[in-house]
Design a binder for this molecule. Structure first.
Ligand SMILES: [Zn+2]
Length: 318
């Protein structure tokens, strides 16, 4: 068992939040990541994007795979589980047969797999369900044996080859090849899965809401405690460029129109409430705040005095 627990990366009211890194690296050019990319338009704001997120010298988006631990009063939640180790991934070879020290990083944050009470998958894509399972004696078994795994019912129906009525897009099918079989089905077989629809209360102050488009059942997690808020938005936001240009989807968004609508809605909510936004793949400080600007939005990479929810003495209803 891990001995000593380091301080959290940040707090949201009474919730402690720890980042657990799995992988980082140059992932793709903006041209290849964004549907509807416009190089000239990108050039008009690219200089404002920190080097943590974009490397102009190689024209590469810099990305992370990471999980978030959310802890309160004897409850430990793991939000998203990365790509996992040892998994053949012909659809995205960069995430295939990884040998990362993810479980060591979890241990360094002060947690063993047995400590996790709840696993939440924002959606059932290749790089969000990987550590759901690990290889034991040639079989995929749940990594977190004491956890209940919360997943979107809509995403399960969409990606389960035994259930699916609607076919994923060609890109979706390619990217997610074998993923359900080795990273979701073993959790179902072990009886650890619980399916979530919309407006689901995980615990007081922790809500999952449906945010469809990137995948049809994508879930956003909202923390609300002591007058502070955070939105764990998964793949609604891959990159700061999408704050400047919410209409730029990733090429991995299953329903392009719904994804645009959801992104605008989430950005609006973040700007209106002053919530800290926690996207799945952000490097740097890993989180961002959203400001209104001329009918659009701007990213802010550090909390500052303008943040409405923090340190105003507004303690909400607690
Ligand atoms: Zn995704």
């Amino acid at each position: 068992m891990p001995a000593k627990r380091p301080p959290p990366d940040f707090r949201v009211g009474h919730f402690d939040v720890h980042n657990v890194e799995e992988w980082q690296g140059e992932f793709a050019s903006p041209q290849n990541l964004f549907a509807g990319f416009d190089a000239e338009d990108f050039g008009s704001f690219a200089a404002a994007i920190p080097h943590d997120y974009y490397h102009p010298e190689s024209d590469s988006i810099y990305a992370y795979l990471q999980s978030w631990l959310i802890c309160t009063d004897g409850l430990t939640i793991l939000y998203d589980t990365g790509a996992g180790n040892d998994k053949p991934r012909p659809g995205i070879p960069v995430f295939g047969n990884l040998k990362t020290p993810f479980l060591d990083n979890l241990s360094r944050a002060g947690f063993a797999p047995e400590d996790i009470d709840v696993v939440i998958c924002s959606h059932l894509h290749i790089d969000h369900v990987g550590w759901n399972t690990r290889l034991r004696d040639g079989e995929w078994v749940p990594t977190f044996p004491a956890a209940r795994y919360l997943m979107s019912r809509i995403d399960r129906d969409y990606w389960d080859p035994g259930v699916a009525r609607v076919q994923p897009t060609e890109t979706g099918a390619q990217v997610n090849a074998q993923v359900f079989e080795d990273s979701v089905q073993p959790v179902l077989d072990a009886g650890l899965a619980e399916f979530v629809d919309d407006d689901f209360e995980v615990a007081p102050g922790i809500t999952l809401s449906l945010a469809p488009g990137h995948t049809p059942g994508h879930l956003v997690l909202e923390l609300d405690s002591g007058g502070e808020r955070a939105l764990f938005v998964g793949d609604i936001l891959h990159h700061p460029a999408q704050v400047y240009r919410p209409e730029w989807n990733s090429v991995y968004c299953e329903d392009q129109e719904a994804a645009r609508k959801t992104r605008r809605h989430i950005l609006q909510r973040a700007a209106d409430t002053g919530a800290r936004v926690v996207p799945a793949h952000f490097g740097g400080a890993h989180t961002v705040w959203i400001d209104h600007s001329d009918g659009g939005f701007l990213p802010r990479f550090q909390a500052d005095e303008n943040t409405t929810a923090a340190s105003t003495g507004d303690k909400g209803d607690e």
